[in-house]
Structures are given as structure tokens and as C-alpha cells.
Write a protein that binds this ligand. Structure first.
Ligand code: PHE
Length: 388
């Protein structure tokens, strides 16, 4: 082969590759016609022991998406949600996010509720450059995964301090017992943050016990706790186990209030705990009895559509989707880095759960509410605590 011919062949091959690549890109762009919707991928627990977390969040997102689409969509396109059930399992959350990114080619991700699941999914979203918004994961490590990971809720150092302060100053508790879920990043972190603040306020930790998500018998731990005569028991777990803990605590003759965090926020809490959980307190993201008219209009729309009362997760789901729309408008583009940048630049966005401003760590700084479980199973608003 002459040298000239070899050059010609190389040139032809390279030219062919370029033409191919350009055609391929054109095809992808062409596939994204004006009618092609903006895809929001959701990965949530729709089944399993935390099913109400995923169902409420999905319903909230759905309401927002319906409203936006009824008004003509955003950037000339409709919104489309692709919702995958991760069953509340970290490995399923990772699988779901991989599928949403690789197969459904979503523009943005909403999920997860539980911190352990967000932590399993976030490294994938970060590596693939897809912005991910957790409506409600409160463990600090979640957004620390990288610059594509956001949340629209407060974090657990604040939530733990809110409940420690409530225990110490409002309930005048001196001795607290702890019962944490050691298979749950959220529970472990929140217990630690509670202890830190409770001790600062002069409180004493009487005993620190643990269980694993899925356990149904807490009698051994509760018997040990009872012997230390605490003033309160802090149980920063999810509603299924907390409901059972409450029942067994009362059966053992423990009468002091149980305290917890947002993981209690489910109508199932009293279904499981019954009267045993009445008189206990937990921190949450917002109260549905807040007279704020935008929140009340959401409550009405939610009840009309789903036939049940929304919880804080539904409201956070709604805010997550609405913030995506706001960021898309500001980005004026479907480019993921532009969407990421717009999300990072969120300042004073008026959500139904409060004002949302992303700090440098991509966390929202927001107030918390303390709620009381009443004898009729309702969650009654007690007080609001502002972030410092
Ligand atoms: N904050 C919890 C977590 O990080 C999840 C949660 C939020 C549960 C709000 C209920 C309500 O795991």
C-alpha cells in the first residue's frame, strides 16, 4: 500500500467516524422534539414498611405536575413523571436510579425520602451528572455526596437540637433514654445530634439502646430502659417500628412520653401504635393546620384528588416538583449542568413548606414544627422552631 493511499484510508475512516457521530447526535436531538416532555424520575418506597413515605411524596409530585401541565407546561414542554418503587431498600434505590438515568434518560431526579436510600442512589446521580433533589432526607451526608445532590428540607443537626431543646426546656426532662435503629443512617445521626444538644443543655443520657429495622420485639431494650427511670425516651426511627415500640413500652408499664423526628410522620403511626403513642411528640417539616393560604389550598386539592389528608411528605413532594419547574425556567434550558446551576442558585423560593434557599452545601435552611400525637390519632401542632 502506498503511503498516500494509507493516508487516504485513515482520512476516510476518521471522516466516516465524524459524520457518524454528528448524525448520531442529530438523531438524539431530533428525538427530543418539541412535543417530547421533560422527564422527572422518581424513586420512592411505594411498598414495604415505609410505603406511606413514597406514596405521599408521589401524590404531592403528581399534584404539582398536573397543575403545571394544565397551565401549558414549562419551556414549551409538558412534564412527565416516571415513578419506580424501591421498596424502601437501598440496593433497589440504586437499581432504580440507574434505570431512570440509563433507560428512561430522565432530566432530573426526585428522591429518596429515607436518608439511607438517598445515600445509596446519590453517588450514581452524581457520577452521571443528573441533578437529584431529595424532598426529605435529613442526614447531612446526603448532599455531601456531590454538587448534583440537593435537598429542600432542613438537616438533622437542627432537627436533633429542636427535640433536645423541647425535651429539656418544655418537658423539663433531665434524663433521656435512647432507642435508635442501627440499620438506618438517619436514626443513628439524629440520635447523636439529639444527645449532643441535650447534654449541652445539662441533660443526661440514661441509656442508649438499639434495634434493627424490621424488628418486632423491643421488650428487652425497653425493660433495660425502664430500669434507668428516664424522663423521656428518644426513638428516632420510622413509624412502623415506633408504633410497635410505643405499644410494648406501655405494656411494660412505661408511662413517660416518647419523642421522635420526622420519621414518625405517617397516618400509619397511630394505626400501629394505637392509644399507646398518644401524648408523644415528634418534629416535622410543616403542620397541615398551618393557616397559610397556599398550604391550605394544597390541602384542599390533595383531599379532593386522593381522598385522604396530606402529610408533610406530600407537601415536600409538591415543593420539590415546583422547585424543579422554577429552576427549569431560570435555566431556560434542558442542559443538566444549567439545571444544576439554577437549583444551586435557588434563593427565597416560596414553597408551601416555607421559604427555600439553597446554602453552599445544597441544603435548605428551614424551620421545624413540633407535633403532638393526640388520643384520637391526630397530629396536633405544638410549636415552630426557627433555624439559628
Ligand atoms: N428525614 C427522614 C430521613 O432522612 C425521612 C423522612 C422525612 C420521613 C419526612 C418522614 C417524613 O430518613
Amino acid at each position: 500500500m502506498s503511503r498516500g493511499f494509507r493516508y487516504f484510508i485513515s482520512f476516510a475512516v476518521i471522516f466516516g467516524m465524524i459524520v457518524g457521530a454528528v448524525a448520531c447526535k442529530k438523531k438524539i436531538e431530533a428525538a427530543r422534539s418539541a412535543e417530547d416532555p421533560i422527564r422527572i424520575g422518581e424513586f420512592l418506597s411505594l411498598t414495604g414498611a415505609t410505603a406511606t413515605f413514597g406514596i405521599s411524596t408521589r401524590n404531592g409530585v403528581e399534584l404539582a405536575v398536573e397543575e403545571i401541565n394544565a397551565g401549558g407546561g414549562v419551556l414549551g414542554r409538558k412534564l412527565k413523571t416516571i415513578v419506580l418503587d424501591d421498596q424502601g431498600k437501598p440496593e433497589e434505590a440504586a437499581t432504580a436510579v440507574t434505570k431512570l438515568i440509563n433507560e428512561d434518560r430522565v432530566d432530573v431526579l426526585i428522591g429518596e425520602v429515607a436518608s439511607s436510600l438517598s445515600l445509596a442512589a446519590a453517588p450514581i446521580a452524581q457520577a452521571k451528572g443528573v441533578p437529584m433533589i431529595s424532598p426529605s432526607s435529613t442526614n447531612p451526608k446526603v448532599t455531601a455526596v456531590g454538587d448534583h445532590i440537593f435537598r429542600i428540607c432542613f438537616i438533622d443537626p437542627f432537627q436533633g437540637a429542636v427535640m433536645a431543646q423541647f425535651a429539656s426546656m418544655t418537658l423539663k426532662a433531665k434524663r433521656a433514654a435512647l432507642l435508635r435503629d442501627i440499620r438506618n443512617d438517619y436514626s443513628i445521626g439524629l440520635a447523636d445530634f439529639f444527645v449532643e444538644k441535650f447534654k449541652k443543655l445539662g441533660g443526661e443520657v440514661a441509656i442508649d439502646q438499639s434495634y434493627s429495622a424490621g424488628d418486632v420485639d423491643f421488650k428487652a431494650q425497653l425493660t433495660a430502659i425502664k430500669a434507668t427511670k428516664p424522663d423521656v425516651i428518644f426513638v428516632p426511627g420510622y413509624y412502623t417500628e415506633v408504633g410497635l415500640v410505643a405499644r410494648q413500652a406501655r405494656e411494660l408499664g412505661i408511662t413517660v412520653p416518647l419523642l421522635g423526628g420526622d420519621g414518625w410522620a405517617s397516618e400509619k403511626l397511630t394505626e400501629i401504635g394505637g392509644i399507646a403513642i398518644a401524648g408523644s411528640f415528634f418534629s416535622d417539616h410543616c403542620s397541615m393546620s398551618d393557616p397559610n393560604p397556599v398550604l391550605q389550598s394544597f390541602v384542599k386539592k390533595y383531599e379532593a384528588k386522593f381522598g385522604s389528608k396530606p402529610d408533610a411528605l406530600a407537601a415536600l413532594g409538591y415543593d420539590s416538583a415546583m422547585l424543579v419547574v422554577d429552576a427549569l425556567k431560570r435555566a431556560d434550558s434542558l442542559d443538566k449542568s444549567a439545571i444544576r446551576k439554577a437549583l444551586a442558585e435557588t434563593r427565597d423560593y416560596q414553597g408551601i413548606t416555607g421559604l427555600i434557599t439553597m446554602d453552599a452545601e445544597r441544603n435548605a435552611v428551614k424551620s421545624a414544627v413540633v407535633m403532638k400525637v393526640t388520643a384520637d390519632g391526630n397530629h396536633e401542632y405544638v410549636t415552630t422552631v426557627q433555624p439559628n
